[in-house]
Design a protein around this ligand. Sequence first.
Ligand code: HEC
Length: 140
Amino acid sequence: MRKVFFLFFLAALSSCKKEASKEIVIIEKKVVKQSEMAALMLEMYNTNLENKKRILEGESPTQYPKDFSKIYSAKLTDSTDRNASFNAFSDFYLYTLKKVYNAPKDSLKIYHNNAVNSCISCHETTCIGPIPRIKKLLIK
Ligand code: HEC
């Protein structure tokens, strides 16, 4: 039974086309060897979730996560994803994210949503599965 259970998770995770639920991601961390990029993406997801919470509480995000520049080197599940357009989307994402950390308090929501939309822009070209989850990071 246990085995079948894990196989199900592996199947759910092996493709960018499918959306992984939160539960799957937590279990995945323990049992599946994920790519460096997938691990970085989850970190990025959590940081943006944290930022959303802070902004909704009227606080600014704390510190710009310098290690997100790993997006230029992290190993991908599918290495052919890394092309000129991928690097351009990476530049754009980090550019919009930096702006969140320098934004005046009354514009935080706009800058945060810009950063999240830049996640979505890249995902539309490379990995559509997580888009519904990423959209939850937007502040309405
Ligand atoms: C430059 C393109 C690009 C940008 C920008 C980008 N992503 Fe990704 N994302 C990818 C690719 C490609 C993958 C698949 C990685 C792999 O499997 O190696 C991925 C995977 C993911 C995953 C699935 C990880 C898993 O469990 O396998 C999540 C969640 C995710 N990204 C969220 C985000 C969030 C949130 C942002 C913005 C903060 C973001 N992404 C920005 C390209 C991008």
